[in-house]
Design a protein around this ligand. Sequence first.
Ligand SMILES: Nc1ncnc2c1ncn2[C@@H]1O[C@H](COP(=O)(O)OP(=O)(O)OP(=O)(O)O)[C@@H](O)[C@H]1O
Ligand SMILES: [Mg+2]
Length: 265
Amino acid sequence: MNTAVTPAGDKPMLQLLNVESAYGPIKAIRGVSLKVRQGEIATVLGSNGAGKTTILKTISGIIDPRKGSIEFKGEAITAQDPALIVRRGLVHVPEGREVFPLLSVRDNLLMGAYTRQDRDGVARDIEAAYTYFPILKERSAQDAGLLSGGQQQMLAISRALMANPDLILLDEPSLGLSPKLTKEIFEIVVRINRERGTTILLVEQNANMALNASDYGYVLENGRIVMEDTCERLREKEDIKEFYLGMKEEGVRGERRWKKKKTWR
Ligand SMILES: Nc1ncnc2c1ncn2[C@@H]1O[C@H](COP(=O)(O)OP(=O)(O)OP(=O)(O)O)[C@@H](O)[C@H]1O
Ligand SMILES: [Mg+2]
């Protein structure tokens, strides 16, 4: 676990204040406030439909919030054009990875670097991605659609790195992966954070993996943050242990456990 502590009073890299987003009449997140400090891995835990993906889509500009504000590196990015937000250094790895299936692995990586002019830097970052995920080097000329789910997740994370971002939003990297692959991917995510200093906001249903990999965590139920603390302390809390790590049927605020298998295409 990262023990690096940001000095008190430091401005967070990302700050959400009272953010509310809806799909038509359905309020998906209701007054969410959270902070991500520079250099940390922060996580939002929540079960199916809690609003995790909606938070990330609202940050990256895919959904415009009804209320509230979002600040990144000290500047407002609320409801900005997603492409501009990427240019500012904030990249979103969506749920279900969404690689370009008919492009090669290498061309997928190059697509991630479309905002960059520094060819040498791009070449270096492709090599760096291949160092994190050697299988992608072996498969570099193959169509991305032929990769396994785990390899596509690796590619989606690597493609995000190609923008050389300050902050990566990661939506359920464990989705559909075996425990072994999930562990491998989380280890690399932690390495990316430590070695490149990339700040990460990760949302997960897999509380066990997320709490072990992250520094600070939020618990989301029914579109609201109901608890926040260091992951070290969250791991010790009975509610978290019982509901997210164990067998209890009700969450912190009476949220029922509801496991649903998601599939992609
Ligand atoms: N496109 C949509 N149209 C209408 N309602 C939506 C849409 N997307 C999500 N919702 C609803 O918004 C709420 C939050 O959904 P969201 O996808 O953010 O949850 P989540 O925490 O990411 O869930 P999961 O773990 O299943 O991915 C849910 O009630 C969901 O049904
Ligand atoms: Mg989701």
